[in-house]
Ligand binder design. Sequence first.
Ligand code: COA
Length: 152
Amino acid sequence: MDIEIRLLKATEKPPLELLLLADPSEAIVREYLSRGKCYVAAISNEIIGAFVLLQTRPETIEIINIAVREDCQGRGIGKKLVWNAIEKAKEERIKTIEIGTGNSSIGQLLLYQKCGFRITGIDRDFFIRHYDEEIYENGIQCRDMIRLSFDI
Ligand code: COA
C-alpha cells in the first residue's frame, strides 16, 4: 500500500470532512487552515488522511487536526502521518513539535506517546471554554486538553 503524503495544492479544496473528524468545530478548523499548512495523505490519488502544521513560536510547530478516514483507521496510517510531520519539522530546523488532544481521546494519547511525544501539561476545561456542545468519548466527557511535545 503506497501512501503519498504531500502539501495540499492551492487548486485543491481542503479535505474538510476529514479534518472535522479531529475537531467538531468547522469555524475552528477553517481558522487553523487559514494560518497553517495542510498536508494530505493519498492512496492511488484518493485522499484518506490529513493534518495541518502550524508554526506557533520560533522553532516550534503544532500538529493540528490529524485525521485518517474512518474505513482506513487502525492500519498504521496515523503513525505514518505523525512520523511524516516529524520529518518535515526536522527539514525546517524546528526544535519542538507540539500536539494537543482531549482527556477522553485514549487512542490518540496512545498514538502520540508511541511516536515519542511526552505529556507537558493540561489545559483544564479547554473544551468547556471553547466548544458550545458537550463532547463525550469512550464514556467520559472531554473537558481538558492534554498537551504533549516531541523534542527533535
Ligand atoms: N484505540 C486504541 N488505540 C488506538 C486508537 C484507538 N481508537 N487509535 C490509535 N490507537 C493507537 C494504537 O495503539 C496504535 O498502535 P499500534 O500500531 O502499536 O497498535 C497507534 O495508535 C497507531 O495507530 P494507527 O493505525 O497508526 O492510527 P490510525 O490510522 O487509526 O489514526 C487517528 C489515528 C487518531 C488519526 C485516527 O483514529 C483518527 O482519524 N481519529 C479521528 C480524528 C482524531 O481524533 N484526530 C486526533 C485529534 S487530537
